[in-house]
Design a protein around this ligand. Structure first.
Ligand code: ASP
Length: 400
């Protein structure tokens, strides 16, 4: 049985068992089962820094110091990322505009949770440049690692061939080893997925979810539409890969994103599968995917669209069209600054709510169901990266 099917079975099983056991079983599950999920996810996380670092260097060096090509790939990637993100927010608005989540919701007595302050756009730019790359690696800060790896890669192409060949072979071999380790770890994915999902289902059983079901529905429907309309089109029209092949190839990474709520955790598997299952080049995947994992958060953007409308409805505030433009603008920026870790989107939502002067108490409403929303948005986040990667890969082949 192939791995995606096994993961799917684990997913269904965890929902069935979780609903059957309910919150009473939570202490036992937290003590004995949740740690197995944590161990699995630790193994995956263990590979994030090495795989991003090594394969990005391989990607840059394989461009052979061709800075024009690197510039071209960057421009295409970032352009596509911005467009898909803006489309996602608009889609979020559209779906929420139809379903109107939060109307008539009783919000009395809710208190806003403490959220960290969202970084400003300039702060995000400043933080991109690592003052100490080892420190950035230790903290698994992807964006500074990308910058460092880019420079190391460019540096390698600028030295004498004797030295550059040695380093290129070294990083190429190291990247290969990383992918092998990821393949070994992924063999245990069904067990990991089950152990990760079970506590979530037990804790957020149907009773807790029901009142906020309309928000969950909006995010889920919006995410499904983004995948079906936007990514299928990108993969097939722009990337020459049929939607079926695309989603099949993406399925393992999507399942991992859904269960871990972390784009960063799904990144190593995404990189491996985009190369092996979708046949995309290492040169493109190793640049486009790590970058996407940090700056391209379509699912998070969509969620911001839905949640601002939800909060506005819940508090009886009418959003004007200029408010909506503001949400699209700040939401796109906020999603760029969102880290690929669980719950990061909620922090950035604060920034968007603030931009249109919606009450921060709205965060309390969203916080209760954020984990469930996170599952959907993270899945879309990494699928969007894959779709853009297909387009960039195909267009780069034309230049060869
Ligand atoms: N959990 C999301 C991710 O890792 C970020 C977010 O919270 O929106 O992609």
């Amino acid at each position: 049985m192939n791995l995606s099917v096994q993961i799917l079975i684990a997913l269904v099983l965890s929902v069935a068992v979780g609903l059957g056991v309910g919150p009473e079983g939570l202490p036992f599950i937290n003590k004995w089962i949740a740690p197995i999920g944590t161990i699995f996810i630790n193994f995956i996380k263990m590979m994030i820094v090495p795989v991003v670092f090594c394969s990005l260097i391989v990607g840059v060096t394989s461009l052979g110091g061709d800075s024009k090509k690197l510039g071209r790939i960057s421009a295409k990637t970032i352009g596509l990322y911005l467009v898909t993100t803006a489309v996602a927010i608009i889609l979020g608005f559209a779906v929420a505009g139809i379903i109107q989540p939060g109307q008539g919701l009783d919000i009395a007595g809710k208190v806003a949770p403490k959220v960290k302050e969202a970084p400003t756009f300039m702060q995000v730019l400043v933080n991109m440049v690592p003052t100490n790359p080892i420190d950035s690696m230790a903290k698994a800060q992807i964006l500074p690692i990308i910058i460092f790896a880019l420079f190391v890669g460019v540096g390698i192409t600028q030295v004498a061939e004797k030295q550059s060949k040695l380093l290129m072979d070294f990083f190429d071999a190291a990247a290969e080893v990383c992918y092998k380790i990821i393949a070994i770890v992924m063999k245990f994915a069904p067990i990991g997925v089950f152990a990760l999902l079970l506590p979530v289902v037990c804790k957020n059983g149907p009773k807790v979810l029901l009142p906020l079901l309309s928000v969950i529905m909006c995010v889920a429907i919006g995410c499904a539409l983004q995948c079906i309309l936007v990514y299928s089109t990108l993969a097939s029209v722009g990337g020459g890969i049929s939607p079926l092949k695309f989603f099949r190839g993406m399925s393992e990474a999507m399942a991992l994103a859904f269960t871990t709520c972390s784009s960063a955790a799904a990144l190593p598997v995404n990189m491996k599968n985009c190369q092996e299952k979708l046949g995309l080049s290492r040169e493109v995947t190793s640049f486009v995917l790590p970058l996407g994992c940090t700056i391209n958060m379509d699912g998070t953007a969509l969620y911001m669209g839905v949640c601002t409308l939800f909060v506005a409805n819940a508090f009886g505030v009418n959003l004007t069209s200029s408010d909506m433009m503001m949400v699209i603008f700040t939401g796109t920026l906020a999603s760029i600054g969102t880290a690929g870790v669980p719950g990061a989107g909620l922090i950035m939502l604060a920034m968007v709510l603030q931009a249109v002067q919606l009450p921060m108490e709205g965060l309390a409403l969203v916080a209760g169901i954020d984990r469930v929303l996170d599952m959907f948005r993270t899945t879309v986040n990494i699928t969007g990266d894959g779709a853009v990667c297909c387009v960039v890969d195909k267009s780069e082949r034309k230049h060869q």
